[in-house]
Structures are given as structure tokens and as C-alpha cells.
Design a protein around this ligand. Structure first.
Ligand SMILES: Cc1cc2nc3c(=O)[nH]c(=O)nc-3n(C[C@H](O)[C@H](O)[C@H](O)COP(=O)(O)OP(=O)(O)OC[C@H]3O[C@@H](n4cnc5c(N)ncnc54)[C@H](O)[C@@H]3O)c2cc1C
Length: 134
């Protein structure tokens, strides 16, 4: 698999900020396009964004769960028409695992990085290698 080339002269690198619903989708679609030279920058220790962060009692989706899903990953197993937050979080974890987006691991400094090809080792810009092009 190659990487996207816009000019034919150099490979582009991509940085995705946040592994929430949008970041996960972006990663999946970049992979689908054959792009491997990208990284997800996530400040938390777990993906999921909103559904990781918000765990108060009774939290649930306010749009129908079958619509609050990726079109390419329908989930016939939603327990409710408007499913609880932890179930939505589980959905994103499951989809991320399926597409390899969950291959994040701790670097010892509280940061996570994705894809061994791209290193995001610390919040200090001088330690980010290679520099992402955003
Ligand atoms: C309580 C609550 C309920 C909601 N309910 C619904 C609903 O029912 N239906 C609906 O359509 N929408 C709902 N939303 C909106 C919801 O946020 C979006 O639907 C969707 O989850 C947004 O996804 P996202 O990936 O764009 O952002 P987020 O889910 O917010 O993910 C952003 C990610 O980026 C990370 N991040 C942020 N800043 C940085 C940084 N500087 N560096 C690194 N990482 C960073 C965060 O840690 C997070 O993981 C709700 C929001 C909240 C807060």
C-alpha cells in the first residue's frame, strides 16, 4: 500500500487531532484510501471522545442509534433506540479494533500514538518525529 501523493513528488503525512468519532472515522478512511503515513494525536488514554469522557448516569444518545453509527458499520445489536453512552463507547472501541485504529499504546508520558511508523512521543514539539503536516 502506498501513500497519497498530490504532486507526485512527495508523500503527504497527516495528523488527526483526537480519537473521537470524527478522528476514528478519519483514520479509517485514510487507511481505506491506502494512506498509512498518519497519526492520531489523542490527549486521553483511551479513544472514544465524548463517550469516553461523559459517563454520568443516564447518558444516552439523543438521536436514534441506528443513525448515530458509521454508515459502513451498522450495528444490529443496539439495545435501545437511543442507546446508553457506555454502549456507544463500546461501539467505537469495537469498530476501532476492527479497523486497527485502536493500535495505540502508552509511551510512558501519558500520550498515545498510533502506527509504529509515526512517533508522537511527547507534547514538546522538538520531540515529535516526524513532524506532522496538518
Ligand atoms: C454529553 C454529550 C452528549 C452528546 N450526545 C449527542 C447525541 O446524542 N447525538 C449527537 O449527534 N451528538 C451528541 N453529542 C455531540 C458529540 O460530541 C458528537 O456527536 C461527536 O461525539 C463528536 O465527535 P468528535 O470526534 O468530533 O469529538 P469528540 O468526541 O469530542 O472527540 C474529540 C477527541 O479529541 C481529543 N482532544 C481534544 N483536544 C485535543 C488536543 N488538544 N490534543 C489531543 N487530543 C485532543 C479529546 O480527548 C477527544 O478524545 C454529545 C456531546 C456531549 C458532550
Amino acid at each position: 500500500m502506498g501513500t497519497l501523493q498530490t504532486s507526485g513528488k512527495r508523500d503527504l503525512r497527516y495528523g488527526i487531532i483526537g480519537a473521537g468519532m470524527s478522528g476514528i472515522l478519519t483514520a479509517i478512511k485514510l487507511q481505506e484510501s491506502g494512506t498509512t503515513n498518519f497519526a492520531i494525536y489523542e490527549k486521553a488514554e483511551k479513544l472514544g471522545g465524548t463517550w469516553r469522557e461523559n459517563t454520568y448516569p443516564g447518558i444516552r444518545c439523543d438521536v436514534p442509534s441506528h443513525l448515530y453509527s458509521y454508515s459502513f458499520e451498522p450495528n444490529p445489536d443496539w439495545s435501545h433506540p437511543y442507546s446508553p453512552g457506555d454502549e456507544i463507547q463500546g461501539y467505537f472501541e469495537k469498530v476501532s479494533a476492527k479497523y486497527g485504529v485502536d493500535r495505540v499504546f502508552k509511551d510512558g508520558q501519558g500520550f498515545k500514538y498510533f502506527k509504529s511508523k509515526v512517533k508522537i512521543l511527547s507534547p514538546k514539539p522538538q520531540n515529535i518525529s516526524p513532524k506532522p503536516q496538518i
